[in-house]
Design a protein around this ligand. Structure first.
Ligand SMILES: [Zn+2]
Length: 312
């Protein structure tokens, strides 16, 4: 190996893939992104390797970190499947990137990887017990318990999006009814907005300017639009119920929420905190922090870097 040591990060999402280059002390030097190529994993892996090589300029990295959506085998470095992406079953990404780059590869579920990144570099610094909630198209999670990532027996721990909030609630993609994801994810927000619009139309009330998705909802709420603020408050209520359950079980010090909470900030988090104050025993509220991801929209890259097995 020649030159300064470098670390490669790969943030593998259903719509976008980011490849980033880092120093071992967490300085991001460069990044490249591309839209996830539909179909099999092969062309995506080829593109990751090509962009990685360009970023490395012929040098060998000391470690590679991969954060990926969906269930995976952390020990064998195999992605078991990625929801919404056919052709990504049993992909031995650890072996492939390891042999291409000649470096150890760390593979982690994106919820876990985000929890690790926020714990090391973001809003969870110094906390021993932390819950991270990914809040974008879907809802996932990651748990830091007693200072360490908790993966569970099958590496599936932290599926916060699929615990049931309303037993007679709307159907979830997983087959159950009323999961948190079916009520408060980006996909659920868009569906609820559409339903609300239909109800207003039926009543003959105006529906101009009703947002169509989470991004528009946050924009409208920032303009003080009454409907959007109320709708965000309702969404915050679902999230608060979900987070309350997790808090009663795990007693964390800090709960950190991703993407939509980063965009909405206190417009979502303040009503959530108010609802938590109503739902939680006072003892559970002592020192409790509910925060947006501090790494903001860079969290994906940080999460990939954070799981790279850098030799000490
Ligand atoms: Zn579900």
């Amino acid at each position: 190996m020649s030159g300064d040591p470098r670390v490669l990060g790969v943030d593998l999402g259903g719509t976008k893939i980011s490849v980033s280059l880092w120093t071992p002390d967490a300085r991001r030097l460069a990044r490249r992104t591309f839209d996830t190529i539909p179909g099999s994993a092969g062309p995506n892996l080829d593109m990751i390797i090509q962009l990685g090589r360009e970023l490395l300029e012929g040098k060998k990295p000391i470690a590679v970190g991969v954060s990926a959506g969906g269930p995976l085998d952390h020990e064998r470095g195999v992605i078991l499947l990625i929801p919404n992406l056919s052709g990504w079953t049993n992909v031995p990404i650890g072996e492939r990137l390891g042999s291409e780059f000649g470096a150890p590869v760390g593979l982690e579920n994106d919820g876990n990887a985000c929890a690790i990144a926020e714990h090391r570099f973001g809003a969870g610094r110094g906390a021993n017990n932390l819950v991270f909630v990914t809040l974008s198209t879907g809802i996932g999670g990651g748990l830091i318990l007693d200072g360490r990532i908790y993966r569970g027996h099958r590496f599936l721990a932290g599926e916060i999006g699929h615990h049931v909030i309303l037993t007679d609630g709307p159907p979830c993609g997983c087959g159950n009814l009323g999961c948190l994801e079916a009520l408060a994810s980006g996909t659920a927000i868009a569906r609820r907005l559409k339903e609300r619009k239909r109800i207003l139309e039926k009543k003959g009330q105006p529906t101009d300017g009703i947002p169509r998705n989470a991004r528009e909802l946050v924009e409208c709420a920032k303009q003080n639009d009454f409907f959007s603020l109320e709708f965000l408050r309702e969404t915050a209520g679902y999230l608060a119920h979900g987070v309350t359950n997790v808090i009663y079980i795990l007693d964390p010090e800090v709960v950190i929420l991703g993407t939509i909470a980063v965009a909405a900030g206190d417009l979502l988090l303040e009503p959530m905190r108010a609802e938590l104050a109503r739902l939680l025993w006072p003892a559970f509220r002592k020192d409790l922090k509910v925060l947006p991801a501090q790494l903001g929209f860079d969290l994906g890259d940080y999460s990939a870097f954070a799981v790279a097995p850098i030799p000490v």
